[in-house]
Design a protein around this ligand. Structure first.
Ligand SMILES: *[C@@H]1O[C@H](CO)[C@@H](O)[C@H](O)[C@H]1NC(C)=O
Ligand SMILES: *[C@@H]1O[C@H](CO)[C@@H](O)[C@H](O)[C@H]1NC(C)=O
Ligand SMILES: *[C@@H]1O[C@H](CO)[C@@H](O)[C@H](O)[C@H]1NC(C)=O
Ligand SMILES: *[C@@H]1O[C@H](CO)[C@@H](O)[C@H](O)[C@H]1NC(C)=O
Ligand SMILES: *[C@@H]1O[C@H](CO)[C@@H](O)[C@H](O)[C@H]1NC(C)=O
Ligand SMILES: *[C@@H]1O[C@H](CO)[C@@H](O)[C@H](O)[C@H]1NC(C)=O
Ligand SMILES: *[C@@H]1O[C@H](CO)[C@@H](O)[C@H](O)[C@H]1NC(C)=O
Ligand SMILES: *[C@@H]1O[C@H](CO)[C@@H](O)[C@H](O)[C@H]1NC(C)=O
Ligand SMILES: *[C@@H]1O[C@H](CO)[C@@H](O)[C@H](O)[C@H]1NC(C)=O
Ligand SMILES: *[C@@H]1O[C@H](CO)[C@@H](O)[C@H](O)[C@H]1NC(C)=O
Ligand SMILES: *[C@@H]1O[C@H](CO)[C@@H](O)[C@H](O)[C@H]1NC(C)=O
Ligand SMILES: *[C@@H]1O[C@H](CO)[C@@H](O)[C@H](O)[C@H]1NC(C)=O
Length: 736
């Protein structure tokens, strides 16, 4: 319920509601360790940024800038919601084409209101919370010359030092307008020395850190793939050059959106740094008719004075408690075995029954049937040239449908437990093969642009989820699969980017449609464990995390490479949301051999742990190790799901990477330590533990007696590594 606390124009009264206060037209948003200040400039009625950083109590004068000369007017101001065409030469947050062809906007402050809690965003994923978690400030602006109104929304989550922003543009005129650019988060920071950290990569190579200075001009990256993509993630951090993992200032920005995006900083001649995160202008040009409203996706920013680690833990806690809506977000996830790397397309009821039996015999609780189960002759999904779109079981493999087959799987008892095996299945609903009944019946449902050839990737096309009939088809088709059998888990894959779009706005409309489908299916089937996937980590973003509690992190399951990928992913996303599996060696992508313990220790750092191999190919030693790994999982998984995560050393710059969780109740810490290559010299540096109580004492599986938190954090511990590649250790610390 929305309670209107106050509507005020520019009257000079002061008002405070929890973490938001309005003094006249000075606005202050306060977190436990963060302040965000801006005000209305009385002469222009523009919004000017004052501060985003550590706690402050007062508004201070802006920097003195030489006025006059060529760069005059608004380009010298620090603006909150920059528009275009009136003396500001920098990139705008909002860029509108009007019916007469001009692109000038002049948004002027009108009023504000403060709401307890946070309204939902129509049709889009967003953070949420009640009045004790979050407060929202709405600022209303109006462009008198074009009859366009804007409502900016600022929601502050004080416990996480986080601000969530979005805006709406309403066309109050009688002609059409077009949104050419929309940056959900925009702020002008002072002339600070800053570095930008982002995550770049590709398929099987996701989430590699890149750090570059925020120089004069633009420092930017984007996705034009239609999706958030492997190549760049819609996340970046700004930090001072001296910021480390555990100290210094860091600002993290993340777009709650799965489509194309753009992230930009622009340093102008005065040194002020404009920050913009929102839609990619190449996939915008969104028409807004008279009386209609455009809603931007949401962007979240967090401030940390405790380095990148503090920033990450704020994101992790915010996302687990106030973004991801699933029943499973704060629950342990069953260990699973996925059929893909073991069987590929070589599936039929007997090969699957055998694999399910092997799964149960190993003590694994969930069996996942990957690709290859659907489609009918002539479009049977027996290879990747056919079948996507036809979501009915292949009668050659499942003559009696999925129900009886899943019944057989469910009848198996998991070794060393009283539980029955559970069943999960793979789907890729947003895609279609031209070799399918669906495509033959509805060729117009695939994304296409006029008569341009429809470019195939992996023999498939992308359905236009902006079309209501496509959304309805997918809701019905996937609901029918779920209703036909006892399905406990669904892996929702998506294996290519978008090519020919009918118009640039089709990407935004696709996302609204995709979110409608995901909202419907997760709402109808809340007890299914949903996992996002896009050729690995191609859509590891907060938009998907709103609906699905976990995402497949990368198709690269080489544990040595996974350390880099998982550490990168953890900058913004909680390890509890990562899906990570032990696969066979030599690894299918890198040909690297590592022990099953090393592979398991890397994968156990994730919320969803599993195996992706054919059990009959396990060696005797590997098979013998599995009960111990499952026992470790039993103790570790609850701590990964709700504990705090610390990166102790990165594989990019240490031969001895390590990471650590502290349990939510602070009594247990589990440290994952690795040695990548055998070395004679130098000695490994001491491993300094983080997040402990300095005055408490800790016992461990590593040493006799106890050590103080201070000792463990400041002197650290020395681990006795063998002279061998790819070693790993689990170190438990128990507070006395
Ligand atoms: C707003 O802040 C400015 C300083 O930037 C101060 O001069 C002014 O008095 C404040 N207005 C109110 C109503 O608090
Ligand atoms: C708000 O939500 C928190 C959990 O996030 C809960 O503990 C609290 O009782 C809720 N408060 C109200 C007023 O609903
Ligand atoms: C916009 O126009 C209205 C009347 O149409 C007027 O009251 C208001 O002052 C104008 N605002 C600005 C910023 O010019
Ligand atoms: C613009 O239109 C919206 C939606 O119809 C309406 O709520 C708002 O009051 C209008 N604003 C102005 C200034 O006319
Ligand atoms: C706005 O655009 C729509 C779709 O292109 C068109 O049908 C409509 O006539 C336009 N309206 C105006 C007022 O120009
Ligand atoms: C899952 O959440 C739904 C509401 O979204 C609730 O009705 C259902 O009982 C929950 N299931 C479990 C197992 O918690
Ligand atoms: C089932 O698949 C396995 C593995 O591909 C194969 O060996 C077997 O002949 C198949 N059985 C049937 C009945 O098709
Ligand atoms: C691939 O699948 C199609 C459609 O089921 C089938 O016609 C074709 O023979 C298959 N190709 C191979 C090499 O198996
Ligand atoms: C359709 O399937 C046939 C048989 O596998 C294959 O040769 C052809 O390339 C496929 N067509 C497309 C567009 O993938
Ligand atoms: C999902 O869509 C179907 C079909 O439109 C509808 O009947 C059902 O109520 C929807 N469920 C949810 C949870 O939105
Ligand atoms: C604290 O959490 C750990 C790890 O989940 C658990 O083993 C332990 O029982 C908990 N202690 C208390 C007092 O709840
Ligand atoms: C830290 O440990 C000491 C000694 O065990 C204890 O007195 C204190 O309450 C602990 N502090 C916190 C914040 O848990």
């Amino acid at each position: 319920m929305r309670i209107l606390l106050l509507v005020a124009a520019t009257a000079g009264l002061a008002f405070a509601a929890g973490p938001i206060s309005a003094s006249g037209s000075n606005f202050t948003l306060t977190g436990n360790g963060m302040s965000y200040l801006f005000h209305v400039d009385p002469s222009s009625l523009d919004l000017f940024s004052d501060h985003f950083g550590g706690p402050v109590d007062d508004f201070i004068n802006p920097a003195t800038i030489f006025q006059g000369g060529w760069s005059d007017g608004l380009t010298n101001d620090r603006r909150e919601f920059p528009d275009i065409g009136r003396s500001d030469y920098r990139l705008p947050a909002i860029h509108i084409s009007h019916a007469d062809g001009n692109t000038v906007s002049a948004f002027a402050y009108q009023s504000y209101e403060i709401l307890p809690g946070k309204p939902s965003l129509p049709g889009l994923p967003a953070t949420y919370g009640n009045a004790s978690d979050v407060s929202t400030l709405i600022i209303r602006l109006y462009d008198n010359y074009s009859d366009v109104s804007a409502a900016l929304s600022y929601s502050v989550f004080p416990s996480y030092n986080a601000i969530a922003r979005s805006f709406q543009i309403t066309n109050n005129g009688s002609a059409n307008i077009t949104i050419e650019r929309a940056a959900s988060f925009s702020i002008d920071l002072p002339n600070l020395d800053l570095n930008m950290l982002e995550l770049q990569g590709d398929w099987a190579h996701e989430m590699n850190r890149v750090i570059r200075p925020v120089q004069y001009g633009e420092t930017s990256f984007r996705s034009t793939e239609g999706y958030s993509s492997h190549v760049h993630n819609p996340f970046f951090a700004l930090m001072s050059p001296s910021t480390t993992e555990s100290s210094g200032e860091a600002w993290g920005f993340n777009l709650v959106y799965t489509g194309s995006f753009a992230a930009t900083t622009e340093r102008f001649s005065h040194g002020f740094v404009r920050v913009l995160l929102g839609l990619n202008p190449l996939h915008a040009s969104i028409p807004v008719g008279p009386g209609q409203t455009f809603t931007s996706p949401e962007a979240v920013a967090v401030y940390s004075s405790e380095g990148l680690g503090g920033m990450s833990r704020s994101f992790h806690d915010l996302y687990r408690n106030h973004l991801s809506r699933s029943n499973y977000t704060l629950q342990t996830r069953p260990v699973l075995l996925n059929s893909w790397e073991g069987l590929g397309f070589n599936i039929n009821q007997s090969s699957l029954d055998q694999l399910a039996q092997e799964t149960a015999d190993l003590g694994i609780r969930l069996f996942v049937n990957d690709d290859g189960w659907f489609g009918q002759t002539p479009y049977a999904r027996i290879n990747d040239t056919a079948g996507l779109g036809d979501w009915t079981p292949n009668p050659d493999h499942f003559p009696n449908g999925l129900g009886p087959y899943v019944g057989d799987v469910d009848s198996l008892t998991v070794e060393n437990s009283s539980q029955k095996l559970e069943f999960g299945i793979w789907v890729e609903p947003e895609m279609v093969n031209p070799n399918s009944t669906l495509y033959n019946e509805h060729p117009d449902w695939a994304l296409h642009a006029g008569s341009h050839p429809r470019t195939l990737t992996r023999n498939q096309l992308v359905l236009n989820l902006g079309l209501p009939e496509v959304q309805d088809y997918l809701i019905t088709a996937i609901s029918n699969v779920i209703n036909s059998a006892d399905i406990r888990y669904i892996k929702w894959d998506n294996n290519r980017g978008m090519h020919e779009l009918p118009n640039p706005a089709a990407d935004y409309n696709y996302m609204l449609g995709m979110y409608r489908v995901m909202d419907n299916l997760t709402g109808s089937y809340p007890d299914i464990l949903w996992e996002g996937c896009a050729s690995g980590g191609g859509r590891f973003d907060p938009g998907i995390l709103h609906y699905y509690p976990q995402s497949w992190t990368s198709d690269d399951t080489d544990a040595a490479e996974r350390l880099t990928i998982q550490m990168g992913t953890s900058l913004a996303y909680p390890p509890s949301a990562m899906a990570c599996h032990v696969s066979a060696v030599p690894n299918g992508i890198t040909q690297r051999n590592t022990s099953i313990e090393y592979r398991a220790h890397v994968a156990l750092m994730c919320g969803s742990f599993g195996f992706e191999l054919n059990p009959v190919e396990l060696t005797a030693e590997e098979r013998a190790a599995i009960p111990g790994i499952l026992a470790d999982w039993e103790r570790i998984n609850p701590i990964v799901i709700t504990g705090s995560f610390y990166r102790l050393a990165l594989p990019d710059n240490s031969n001895w990477p390590a990471a650590q969780f502290v349990s939510a109740n602070q009594t247990v810490a589990i440290v994952f330590a690795f040695q990548q290559r055998a070395t004679v010299k130098p000695a490994p540096p001491p491993l300094k533990i983080a997040g402990l109580n300095a005055t408490a004492r800790y016992t461990s599986n590593l040493y006799n007696g106890s050590l103080s938190g201070s000792t463990l954090m400041n002197a650290g511990i020395n681990l006795a590594w063998e002279t061998a590649d790819y070693q790993s250790m689990l170190i438990w610390l128990y507070r006395q």
